[in-house]
Ligand binder design. Structure first.
Ligand code: HEC
Length: 414
């Protein structure tokens, strides 16, 4: 938006004050992009590696060169931003065309990043024929790749134009306010229409079993009894955004001033939902057709059912004491603890309180039928009994966990 504005208003005598405004706006965007990017970029690797190390390990194997390439693109983005940042004044005065060209180069690099990210994230939702073919290009060109990329690009334009409108109404000057509002309002309106269309296509290529979970994923189990909250809230978010686009196109600065903060908040809530829904609805899978959410591969299920999770784990013999409680705790850690805690959110004790070991054993054979999010139990029949006994004891608060690990129990409770 900075460069779009520069192209239309930069250096025009009828828009005095634009140069100073745009420089300040550019500084603000550079700081926001680099700070938010650094915090969330590092944060995402820390959290995903802590929560799903096997998921990340497999993603790195599948997308190694794509990520390597994306790293170079990302590096180039920072270099272009820094050049623009430090050479801004001399470019504006001496070489305004280069400034706009460098701006577009930055936009192109950012779009390449969006391509790479949409390929990864689309793959994690709709892997297409990859589980059978294991071909890199099947993973990249998965069914939701293009619609997701198009949705992401259009909401990037929506967010960008909303922020630009906010800057114009609160910090801009009269000489260009009305014209700039019309420009950014038009971009916002076009991007909103595009987003609605691409979002519709995106949702249509996601399997029904997944899209059925959309309202639940946003509202959580408690509020999903009232799915209309989801519909009404989102209709309201879109209405506020469309109203601010209309006000901007009509050059009504006061109306934009009133609407812009709710509109930016609505946009951020839409983006948050977009990501949360995508992460949540794929249910029992981390990578559909390949890996369950607990890191267990679909293809290793038969082996784990036949020979057992404990026998398959080199860690168990090396680290764990080996008694029945310890085996139960390990089975819980492998199968359930990615989504259930003992004493925290989604507490497993609430799920089994008051049940007999046999009752729990039966339930353990049907976890994948009870809720659409749960994978089937991995392990032998014996292991199922061990886990059932353990869960009953956990429900009676008879097991004390070692402070740093949910799967290491204190030996005196063996
Ligand atoms: C991928 C995440 C995930 C995994 C892994 C998982 N669960 Fe769940 N489980 C959930 C969610 C989500 C719910 C539903 C919460 C709600 O509706 O409030 C749930 C609900 C339950 C319920 C209640 C079902 C009902 O019908 O009320 C039981 C029992 C349960 N889990 C046991 C287990 C056990 C035992 C394991 C390990 C063998 C396990 N879960 C593994 C996510 C998971």
């Amino acid at each position: 938006m900075v460069f779009l504005g520069q192209k239309y208003f930069g250096g025009r005598p009828e828009h005095p004050g634009w140069a100073a405004f745009n420089k300040a706006f550019f500084r603000f965007t550079v700081f926001t992009i680099t700070i938010v990017g650094a915090v969330t970029g590092t944060g995402i690797w820390l959290t995903t590696i802590a929560l799903a190390p096997l998921g990340i390990a497999h993603m790195i194997r599948i997308f190694f060169w794509a990520w390597f390439f994306e790293y170079l693109i990302f590096f180039s983005e920072i270099v272009v931003l820094l050049i623009l940042y430090f050479r801004w004044d001399s470019l504006v005065d001496g070489n305004a065309r280069t400034l706009v060209r460098l701006g577009y180069a930055y936009v192109c690099l950012a779009v390449i990043s969006a391509v790479a990210i949409s390929a990864n994230l689309g793959f994690m939702l709709t892997p297409g024929d990859w589980p059978a073919s294991h071909r890199f290009w099947s993973a990249v060109l998965n069914p939701s790749f293009l619609p997701q990329l198009a949705s992401r690009l259009s909401f990037a334009f929506m967010l960008g134009s909303l922020v630009a409108m906010a800057a114009v109404v609160f910090r801009g000057e009269d000489s260009f306010r009305a014209d700039a509002l019309r420009l950014f309002g038009t971009v916002l309106a076009a991007a909103t229409v595009a987003f609605s269309i691409f979002l519709g296509i995106y949702v249509s290529v996601v399997p029904r079993a997944f899209t059925g979970q959309i309202a639940f994923s946003v509202l959580t189990s408690h509020f999903s009894r009232y799915p209309e909250i989801f519909t009404v809230a989102n209709a309201l978010f879109f209405a506020v955004i469309i109203a601010s686009a209309a006000a901007a196109v009509a050059r009504r600065a006061v109306a934009v001033k009133l609407l812009i903060v709710p509109a930016v908040i609505s946009m951020l809530l839409l983006v948050t939902q977009f990501e949360r829904i995508r992460e949540f609805i794929r249910g029992p899978y981390l990578l559909p057709g390949h890996m369950y959410a607990n890191g267990i591969l679909l293809e290793e299920m038969p082996k784990l059912k036949a020979t057992g999770v404990i026998a398959a784990s080199p860690w168990f013999a090396a680290v764990y004491p080996g008694g029945a409680t310890s085996r139960g705790a390990f089975l819980f850690a492998q199968n359930c603890s990615i989504c259930h805690t003992v004493g925290g959110i989604n507490d497993i004790r609430d799920r089994f309180r008051g049940r007999t070991p046999d009752g729990v054993r039966v339930i353990l054979g049907h976890t994948h039928e009870l809720a659409p999010f749960m994978p089937p139990f991995a392990g032998t029949d014996d292991e199922r009994s061990t886990l059932a006994d353990y869960l009953v004891r956990v429900g009676r608060d008879e097991v004390r966990h070692s402070s740093l690990s949910r799967s290491l129990v204190e030996v005196r409770h063996e």
